[in-house]
Ligand binder design. Structure first.
Ligand code: FRU
Length: 469
C-alpha cells in the first residue's frame, strides 16, 4: 500500500467512525454506506461461500466525490457486514476514481476488473479529449486483501471509433476463452458496447462493437451479457434517450435487449425493456450464487437528477442498493423477485380480504393476490400512491415538494394489460413494488412521517408481514 492509499484508508476509517448511525432514515435490510455517497454495485460475486458486494463509494462527500470501492460481505444477501474500503484511487491510472467494474471468480481467486478514471487538467470537452478510462485488474486470493493493480488497457487500446468514454468492464468465460464487455460512447455520439477477447485474463484483444442498428442513446454504461433460462440477454444503462417514449421517465435508463444469436457472432437485438419503472434505479449488476441462481442488484438512485433529492443528505449519507432480486425467465419474459432468503425475516401479521390498513413498523411486506377487475390502489405514508387503472400501473406522490415525503419525485407509470398480483417491499426509506410475480418493478426512495399502509383490492386477498431486522 502506498502512502496515498494509507492516508485515504486512515481518513476513510475516521469518517466512518464519526458516523453515528442513528439517523431516522437509515435502511435496515438494504446495503447502504456507513457514511457518504454510494452508487453502482461493483464486483458482485459468491466467493468461498460468501457473497461479496463492492460499491462506488465517496466517504468524504455525500453528494458524490472521489470514488473508492467500498466492500461488504454477507451470508444471506440481507445482513451485510461492512469490510472497509477495498480499493483506493492511489495510482496514476486511477487517480480520479476507481470506477465501476466486476468480479470474475476462477480457480479460487477473485479477479476484479475496473475502470481507472483520470481527468486531465486543461481546456478539454472530456468526451473526445482530456479523459482516460483505463482497464485495470487486481486479484484477491482471500477476498480481503487485493494484489497489485495491473494496467491492462488504455484508451489507445480501444478502437478509433469511440471517444474517451469507455468504462465498466465485465468478464466471463466461454469455452477456453475469456470475454470482456465495456460500455462506450462513439465519436458519432452513439451508445455502444465493446467486446474484447483473451486467453489468459490479462492480454486483451478488441473484437467488435455490439450495438443497435439505429442509434440508441449516446452512451451505454455498465453493460452485461448473460444467459437466463436459455435466453441470451444484453443489459445496459443508457444515457441520452429522447422522444415520446422516454418522456416522464428518468434522465437515464437501465434495461435489456434479448439477443437472437450471439454477440460473439451474428446477433439481433430485441426491443429494449426496462428493468425497473421507478424513480431510483440504475447501473444494475448480476452474479450467480453457488446454487445457480442469477441475482441482480441495482443502485437505488439516479445520477444527474436535480429534480429530486434524498433527505438523508442532512445526515451525511446518500443512496443504497436495491434489495437483491432473483431473475428468471418465463414464457419469454424476465421476472424479478426478492431473494428467497427474505422469507426467514418475515413474520405474518394478518391476512384480510378487500381492504388492509396497517400502521405497524417501518420495514414490511404487503402481498396482494387474485386481484379482480375491480382494481388495486394503495397509499403508503399518506403520500405514495400505487394504483392500477385502465391497463396502466402508476406510482406517484400526492405532494411533490422537495422538502416532503417524495423529496421531489412525481409520477412514473407502465402499461400492463392485466394486474393479478402485487408485492410491496418497504424498508425505512425505500419501496420496491413487484407486479405479477416480477413482470414489472417500480423502485423509489421515500421519507415518511408516518408508516401507514392502506390498500384496497376488492375481492382480493391481502397480507401484511413485518420484516424482522
Ligand atoms: C454509472 C457510472 C459508471 C462509472 C461510475 C462512476 O453510474 O457512471 O459508468 O464507472 O458510475 O462512479
Amino acid at each position: 500500500m502506498n502512502v496515498l492509499a494509507k492516508d485515504l484508508k486512515k481518513q476513510t476509517e475516521l469518517v466512518e467512525r464519526m458516523a453515528d448511525g442513528t439517523d431516522q432514515f437509515r435502511q435496515r435490510f438494504h446495503l447502504m454506506p456507513v457514511t457518504g455517497w454510494l452508487n453502482d454495485p461493483n464486483g458482485l460475486c459468491m466467493f468461498q461461500g460468501v457473497c461479496h458486494a463492492f460499491f462506488q463509494y465517496s466517504p468524504f462527500d455525500a453528494e458524490g466525490g472521489l470514488k473508492l470501492w467500498g466492500h461488504c460481505t454477507s451470508a444471506n444477501m440481507i445482513d451485510w457486514r461492512q469490510e472497509g474500503a477495498a480499493l483506493y484511487p492511489d495510482s496514476p491510472f486511477d487517480c480520479h476514481g476507481v470506477y465501476s467494474g466486476n468480479a470474475f471468480v476462477e480457480d479460487g481467486r477473485m479477479y476484479l476488473y475496473y475502470t481507472g478514471n483520470v481527468k486531465l487538467d486543461g481546456d478539454y470537452d472530456y468526451i473526445h479529449a482530456g479523459r482516460e478510462g483505463n482497464t485495470v485488474l487486481t486479484v484477491s486470493g482471500d477476498g480481503k486483501t487485493f494484489g497489485p493493480k495491473k494496467l491492462l488497457m488504455r484508451n489507445c487500446d480501444y478502437p478509433k471509433s469511440v471517444t474517451c468514454h469507455v468504462r465498466d468492464p465485465k468478464v466471463w468465460k466461454e469455452g477456453d476463452r475469456y470475454y470482456m464487455i465495456q460500455g462506450a460512447r462513439t465519436v458519432e455520439d452513439r451508445g455502444t458496447a465493446l467486446l474484447f477477447v483473451s486467453s489468459d485474463r490479462e492480454t486483451w484483444t478488441y473484437l467488435r462493437q455490439v450495438t443497435t442498428r439505429e442509434k440508441f442513446g449516446y452512451m451505454w454504461e455498465c453493460p452485461e451479457y448473460m444467459e437466463i433460462g436459455g435466453r441470451k440477454v444484453l443489459s445496459a444503462s443508457v444515457q441520452g434517450l429522447t422522444g415520446e417514449a422516454w418522456k416522464n421517465r428518468n434522465v437515464y435508463q437501465s434495461g435489456y435487449f434479448f439477443v437472437e444469436g450471439t454477440i460473439l457472432g451474428d446477433y439481433r437485438l430485441s426491443e429494449y425493456r426496462l428493468w425497473d419503472y421507478g424513480f431510483d434505479f440504475y447501473a444494475p449488476q448480476s452474479f450467480r450464487t453457488e446454487d445457480g441462481r442469477l441475482i441482480q442488484i441495482g443502485w437505488m438512485g439516479m445520477p444527474d437528477c436535480p429534480e429530486h433529492t434524498n433527505h438523508t443528505l442532512a445526515d451525511g449519507w446518500q443512496h443504497c442498493f436495491t434489495f437483491p432480486r432473483e431473475i428468471t425467465e418465463k414464457d419469454g419474459m424476465l421476472l424479478q423477485s426478492p431473494v428467497r432468503e427474505l422469507e426467514e425475516k418475515k413474520e405474518l401479521v394478518c391476512t384480510v380480504r378487500d381492504r388492509l390498513c396497517k400502521e405497524q413498523g417501518k420495514t414490511f411486506e404487503v402481498g396482494v393476490k387474485d386481484i379482480t377487475e375491480a382494481g388495486f390502489r394503495a397509499v403508503l405514508a399518506e403520500e405514495l400512491v400505487l394504483e392500477y387503472r385502465e391497463g396502466c400501473f402508476r406510482m406517484y406522490f400526492l405532494h411533490t415538494e422537495k422538502e416532503g415525503v417524495s423529496g421531489g419525485r412525481s409520477m412514473r407509470c407502465a402499461d400492463l394489460p392485466k394486474l393479478q398480483e402485487v408485492k410491496i417491499l418497504a424498508d425505512v426509506s425505500s419501496v420496491e413494488v413487484f407486479l405479477n410475480g416480477g413482470e414489472a418493478v417500480f423502485s423509489t426512495r421515500y421519507y415518511p412521517n408516518v408508516y401507514r399502509v392502506e390498500a384496497e383490492a376488492p375481492g382480493a386477498e391481502l397480507r401484511f408481514w413485518n420484516i424482522q431486522k
